[in-house]
Design a protein around this ligand. Structure first.
Ligand code: BT5
Length: 268
């Protein structure tokens, strides 16, 4: 169970984490956060859980996490923008997660670990997923009333506990650091502090520089990929770039460049 008192004592924030609600068990932190956001919960409210009965990924996928081992939370943001900004927020949050993991690693003198981002919402280590982000929004027309940013980070789950289909695709911070037990509270404290700093800056600077920052952690521009989306189905392509709005640009052949707004990619 997260030590909320310790977390509150160590966060330096005016917005993020002013209200933290943590539960032993929830269906999904995103579902409750969406409910509370609809009822007017203030910006920065965090909903967390030790266990989710129905942890959600994108596109009706599921998020796996045994009880008490990992970080599962949703943050309610209320950026004064239209929905187009949400992909940039996802890219920015990827960087914030990496920064928070690195802060922990540095603090515990565990050497240098190199994380990588995968469009649109994954954080990987050595090609394996350590964290994912799921955003959901409440809109008036195109204007965002609330954006719920759901974050799942594998902290202490050992490789053997992942289901077979994830064993070659997932990892956790503990696994990366050689099996040590990682203090989940400490990661949460870094995450809240980094979210606070970065979100305030992003709102002030009109989200400039987000895509360039994200690209610094991306090693797959130019790679052969397979993209999959409801609109296109599965197609082979080249990962050309990420556009200024945060969406993926892929190339089918020399003169045919297209934008992927909603979908996934796999490396070939
Ligand atoms: C995501 O979706 O990566 C978004 C995950 C967001 C989870 C958080 S937890 C707190 C909050 N509340 C929720 O209910 N959800 C959010 P997507 O890109 O669709 O990836 C999902 C896919 O990742 C699955 O289909 C699996 O293949 C894989 N996967 C599931 N659990 C995983 C895990 N723990 N580690 C790595 N990969 C996983």
């Amino acid at each position: 169970m997260i030590n909320i008192k310790k977390v509150k004592e160590n966060v330096v924030s005016a917005i993020i984490g002013q209200n933290i609600y943590w539960y032993p068990k929830l269906e999904s932190t995103n579902d409750l956060a969406m409910d509370l956001a609809r009822k007017g919960a203030p910006e920065g409210t965090i909903i967390g859980a030790d266990y989710q009965v129905k942890g959600k990924g994108r596109l009706n996928r599921t998020w796996f996490s045994p009880a008490g081992e990992n970080l599962l939370l949703s943050v309610i943001l209320r950026p004064s923008r239209s929905i187009e900004i949400s992909q940039k927020i996802v890219l920015a949050v990827s960087g914030i997660i990496i920064c928070s993991l690195n802060d922990y690693i540095e603090e515990h003198e565990k050497g240098k670990v190199s994380f990588e981002v995968k469009w649109p919402n994954d954080i990987l280590f050595d090609g394996k997923k350590i964290a994912g982000i799921l955003t959901q929004s409440i809109l008036t027309g195109k204007k965002i009333e609330a954006l719920v940013v759901g974050i799942g980070i594998n902290i202490n789950t050992p490789l053997k506990k992942f289901p077979d289909e994830l064993k070659n695709k997932a990892t956790s911070l503990s696994q990366i650091l050689g099996g040590v037990n990682v203090d989940i509270d400490d990661i949460l404290i870094h995450l809240i502090n980094n979210l606070e700093k970065k979100y305030i800056k992003l709102e002030r600077t009109n989200y400039s520089g987000v895509v360039d920052e994200w690209k610094k952690n991306c090693r797959s521009i130019g790679a052969d990929i397979v993209i999959e989306s409801p609109k296109t189905g599965k197609i082979k392509a080249v990962f050309e770039d990420v556009a200024e709005d945060g969406f993926l640009i892929y190339r089918i052949n020399t003169n045919d460049k297209r934008k992927l707004v909603s979908g996934s990619l796999d490396y070939l």
